[in-house]
Design a protein around this ligand. Structure first.
Ligand SMILES: [Zn+2]
Ligand SMILES: [Zn+2]
Length: 253
């Protein structure tokens, strides 16, 4: 029988939660931790309101309700411990954790509100790198910020020879389109100079192209023809708009 990671008592794995790190958890134990956390938060909130009241209407404060600084500090320490146990449990919940928004804010605090895909500063969503159903965790290093345009692009695989909008892009970029298309088919790398509006200078990129697709524009109507591929400069998969490339060449090997 597996044991609960919180209370170390046996679990009945039919009814309890199987975490993504192969540990188990009583459903009742998470509820208990969450309730205890709320109790302490309420108690701290109450003390704060009593303090404010003591400044403006001291006669209204019942001195018996006021606890000492040491007791408040003690509650804060307990709250910190509970939060760290809960966040460890949430790291491995097999679903979106209740503190998802706090995780998004933490990553924005560390990296800025920048899309990891197109590197543009935008409103960003949080996504799992490895999805939970494939064993991915909710730990920060498995979470990625992504903008609305890239998010839609990911789930909107376009039949690259079928859509009329792509044909329009194709005619505008018919030469680079054909070159990249053939590089993908032949497993060749491409090289080009690239500069996003937010960049100060051009950088030369060597990319292993994987697919061509359209990203719907966020501000104006229409779409942007893009190539996704592994960027050797960034050592990661990136998306590049064909309209922002210069000096495109296929690297013959
Ligand atoms: Zn338990
Ligand atoms: Zn993006």
């Amino acid at each position: 029988m597996p044991y609960c990671t919180v209370c170390k008592i046996e679990t009945d794995f039919e009814y309890d939660i199987a975490l993504s790190n192969a540990e188990y958890l009583h459903y009742s134990c998470v509820l208990m931790l969450q309730m205890r956390k709320r109790e302490i938060e309420t108690a701290l909130q109450w003390q704060k309101s009593q303090f404010v009241l003591s400044l403006f209407a001291p006669t209204e404060v019942d001195q018996q309700d006021v606890i000492s600084e040491a007791e408040i500090e003690d509650l804060r320490v307990k709250l910190g411990k509970l939060e760290s146990i809960l966040s460890g449990v949430y790291d491995h919940l097999p679903c979106w954790p209740p503190d998802w928004e706090a995780r998004r804010e933490e990553i924005i605090r560390q990296n800025g509100s920048v899309c990891s895909h197109c590197e543009v500063e935008a409103d960003v969503y949080l996504l799992h790198d490895i999805p939970v159903f494939e064993g991915g965790t909710n730990e920060l290093d498995n979470l990625t910020l992504i903008c609305a345009a890239c998010y839609r692009g990911m789930y909107r695989e376009v039949d690259i020879f079928g859509t009329s909008t792509l044909k329009a892009s194709q005619s505008e970029f018919s030469e680079p389109f054909a070159e990249i298309q053939s590089a993908i088919e032949n497993g060749q790398k491409i090289q080009f100079d690239y500069k996003k509006p937010s960049d100060r200078r051009w950088t030369t990129r060597v990319v292993i192209p994987e697919r061509l697709f359209n990203i719907p524009n966020t501000r104006e109507s229409g779409e942007t023809l893009c190539v996704e591929g592994f960027c050797e400069l960034r050592q990661d998969t990136r998306v590049f708009a064909l309209g922002r490339m210069q000096e495109l060449v296929v690297i013959e090997d």
